[in-house]
Every structure is written in structure tokens, then in C-alpha cells.
Ligand binder design. Sequence first.
Ligand SMILES: [Zn+2]
Ligand SMILES: [Zn+2]
Ligand SMILES: [Zn+2]
Length: 466
Amino acid sequence: MSFQTFRIGQLFVIKITAQSGYSLSNIMGQDAVIIESNDGNFIRSVVISIRRHHQPEVYLKPIFIQNFTPKKNSILHGLIDGFIFGEDDVKGIEEKSKDIFIRSLDLHPHTPPGDYSKVIKKAMDLMYTRQVRTLKPILDPYSIIGYSFPQVSVSFEQHEEPEVLNALDWAEMEGLIWPDFEEKIYLCNNCAGGLLSFREVCPHCKSSNTYGEDLVHHFPCAYIGPITDFQNNVNDTLSCPKCNKSLHHIGVDYDKPSVLNHCNTCDSRFQDIYVKAKCLNCETDTDVQYLQARDINTYKLTKKGRQSILQGMELSNHPNKIEITDIQSEETFETLLQFDLLRKQDDRVLLCGLNIENLNDFATHFGGFKKQSIIKEIAQVLKGEISPLDYLTLNSSGLFIWTRRLAKEDLSEQQTPYDIVERIQQLVNENFDQFNMKIKFIEKELSELKNAHEGVVDIKRLLLNE
Ligand SMILES: [Zn+2]
Ligand SMILES: [Zn+2]
Ligand SMILES: [Zn+2]
């Protein structure tokens, strides 16, 4: 390798070019890095590999770019420490690098475990050493959501940008950063990608091969028809096909009340056109009303955030994701069920199961995220009504099994019917465009089961029609 090392004042500097090559261990021993190149992709890859490194001795290194100006919306602006175009700029390197070094001595060395703690600590370390006060989004055509947060995004691949948003949500939930609204964006409800192609499509056949024309209403004779009925091949004048009079002034003798659309594919005519968004990442085509809305914020450090840079992060104990508690794994479920079988029951206990048979249709219609959330919601409904002694298990393909204890007083003559299936169907129908969820429901008396495992296997077999 033929990279150059030299001194600027007391500073040891390494200069990297496209020809010189470099290794991160060479960089670790230097005080600053200069990248000289006119190849934006090369500069980008060097900067990202330095900033993506796990050791602060590397990822905090001052980086300067010589003889290159990145595009306005390049992630580089958020990741480098300055530009060199002449001798004066070289002098500035020494002061800036020393300053970054001195500030880096204040940083707390440890990171607590947590989904995104390393990523957020790195971003905050970069902010503190550079005296940057906010995590600001930039418009970034390389990002699949269209935005990057350079100090955070650098820890992820470009197609992982939705994870950047999760990391920021996590930091916000931990009270380290505080959001200031910048923009609302819409993301694919299947992959959370933000590069979407919007089209107006025919409501009947979903083709985008459509055209619209004005409807014209002729006041004197009350005729309404598409504007082509009023046109002629000779000149621009309009005349009424019903009464043959010429049309003069819009608003006086005629108006254009709406637009009539035609589909060239299925030849239908309609007034309301659908708008669909096709995801350039996963190709899912979604009605725009089902896209996920997401706020893009600029984030400020909170007091807790500033403290955690210097004194270490103290994370709260609440789980990182919103999870439903009291849902058992299938193993635990069987163990609990086995205990119940061995115990003499005062109550009548039922083993219930339901399976959503068209969950895949639901997911195709509304996306993978909505599929997760409907499973969560159904679990909430079930949990809300079972007794504290009951328990529930489920899987991601829409199969739920739970126990249901009927206390003696419930066994009276006017027992209310168990309408769980209807209630879930109604919930889905009301919230998801009248989607008709097909649900298979089975219940068995606990007293009829031989053992827990066979009971669970049996109910699954019945639910899946095997
Ligand atoms: Zn997608
Ligand atoms: Zn059509
Ligand atoms: Zn007319």
C-alpha cells in the first residue's frame, strides 16, 4: 500500500487516494484522515467504512475531503469534518482535529446492551465531538425511504433505512432524543420502503391505461355529456349535440360539473378513479389509504441524552417493542394445560381454538404490517375476556389456542352465547374496508382430553382441516 502519512503541526495525518489503498488499522494510529479523490463513490465508501467501524478510535476519526464537493443532499455532509481546497484549509485541520480529540476524552466508554444502543451511542458520540446539536434528516435518493439521518444511517445498509426509524423511535422512547416535526411521509405497508410509484387506476380492472375528459352540462336544454360529444373536427367551437346551439361562455350557458374517466383496458366509464402506490422495493401495489404514514423529525438531545454521552446510558426496563404480555409459547401453554388436566376442576373449562383461514388474502390486501397488527388486536380481544387463570398461545399464521373457564354462575340457563368469532369479524370488517375474515372455531371440553399435548395437536389438526 502506498498511502501517504505526514505531519501537519503536531498532527499525524494519513492521506488516502483511490490508488493508495488503506486499512482501518493504519487509520487507527493517525490523528486525522484526508481523502483525495474526485470519485464520489470511492469517498463515500471510505467514509462509511470508517464511520461504521465498532471502535471509537476509528469511527470518531476526523475526516477531510480534498478537491471534491459532494452533492447538496449527500450523506457525506453529515459525516465528514471539512473540505480542503487550498493551503488555508490545511491549517484548519489541525485545530479541528485537536478539538475533536479533546472532546472525545469526555465520552463515556461503555454501552449498555439494547437493540439499538450501540447505533444511538455512536450517533451521540459523533454529535458531541462535532458539537452538532440535532439529528437532522436529509433527502437522500440512495435511501429506500427517501431520507437519511447521516449519523444514524451510517450504521445500516441503504436498504435498511426503515431500521433507522426504529432506532430513532427506540431512542425517543428511552428519552434520549426529542422530536421536532419536519415532514410526513408514506411507506409501503409490506416492507416500509418509501419509493413508491403512484398511479390512477380503473376501479374495475386496476389498469392505469385510463383517460379522463370533462363532462359538459348545457343549461338551455339540460343535456350532459362528455366534451367530445360537443366537439367537431373543424374548429374549436363547441355545439350541443341535442339542441344544436353553440356554446358560448362557461358559467353562463354551460359548465363542466366533473370529469368522466374511461378505461382503455376494460372499456368501463366511471367518475371516481382509484389511486394506487406500487413499491419499487418489493413490488407490492397498495391502495394509498393503506400506506403507513410516518413522521420524519429532526431530533434534539434531551437532558438525559446529553448526560448519557458523558455518564453512560441508563436504559429503562420496559421492553423495546410493544409486545403483548401473557401470551405463552406453545410449550408453556401445554405445560399449563397439563397442570389443569391433573387438577380437579370446580369450573367447567374449555379448550378453544380459532384459525384465520384467509390471513394471506388479508396480508395481500393490506400488507404485512397490518397482518401483524390484526394478530395483535385479536390477541388483545381474547386476552380482554379470559379469566386470570386462563392462558393463550398463538402463531404468526393466525392460529390462536386458549382456555376458557366458565364459572358456576355462568352456567345458568341464560348463558350468553360465545360470539367471539362474530366480534372479531366485525372488528375487521369495520376497520379494514369491509374485509370478510374467514374464521374457523373449535372448542373442546377439557374433561374430554387425554393429555395436554394430544389435545393441542388435535385441535390444531381440526383447525387446519388436516
Ligand atoms: Zn414494499
Ligand atoms: Zn378497467
Ligand atoms: Zn343543448
